[in-house]
Design a protein around this ligand. Structure first.
Ligand code: ADP
Ligand code: MG
Length: 141
């Protein structure tokens, strides 16, 4: 386990970028944290680290957004509106989780049952007592 404190969106982006550079095929990154905490900022850095230049945003209304132009394919999921694992099956999540790309899931708690045991959990938390831009990021790798 590793804990990183960031004090700006830029620092969170850079942490994402570092991890994106190291990401390997078949890994599933589970990014948890409340709305507005910085999951998308982190993901944007992560994508950059994977060599993706295309703009990455919250896939909220699509559940899955794939990016094919990087070092490896990146599958960006937003499970916020997922009701059950069946919806994930319809999307074909298994080809992503167990394929040759890297998956990154926002709101992974929604689909806990289908997250592989090898999933890498990353939690982003605010602590307003530490300031508005403070984020504690815990990586369970
Ligand atoms: P989420 O995807 O978790 O809902 P976003 O990444 O869309 O959140 O938004 C995070 C917001 O918090 C952005 O407006 C960003 O500028 C702001 N922010 C402030 N400090 C930080 C920080 N240390 N890390 C990430 N984002 C931060
Ligand atoms: Mg988001």
């Amino acid at each position: 386990m590793k804990t990183v404190i960031t004090q700006s969106p830029k620092e969170t982006f850079q942490l994402g970028m570092e991890l994106g550079k190291q990401a390997e095929a078949g890994q599933v990154y589970c990014l948890s944290g409340d709305l507005g905490v910085g999951k998308t900022v982190f993901t944007q850095g992560f994508a950059k680290g994977m060599g993706i230049e295309e703009h990455v945003n919250s896939p909220t209304f699509t559940i899955l957004q794939s990016y094919e132009e990087g070092r490896l394919p990146l599958y960006h999921f937003d499970a916020y509106r997922i009701g059950d694992a069946e919806e994930m099956e319809e999307i074909g999540y298994e080809d992503c989780f167990y394929g040759t790309g890297v998956s990154l899931v926002e709101w992974p708690e929604q689909i806990k049952d289908i997250i592989p045991e090898t999933g890498i959990w990353i939690r982003i938390e605010k602590d307003l007592e530490q300031g508005f831009d403070y984020r504690k990021i815990t990586i369970n790798k």
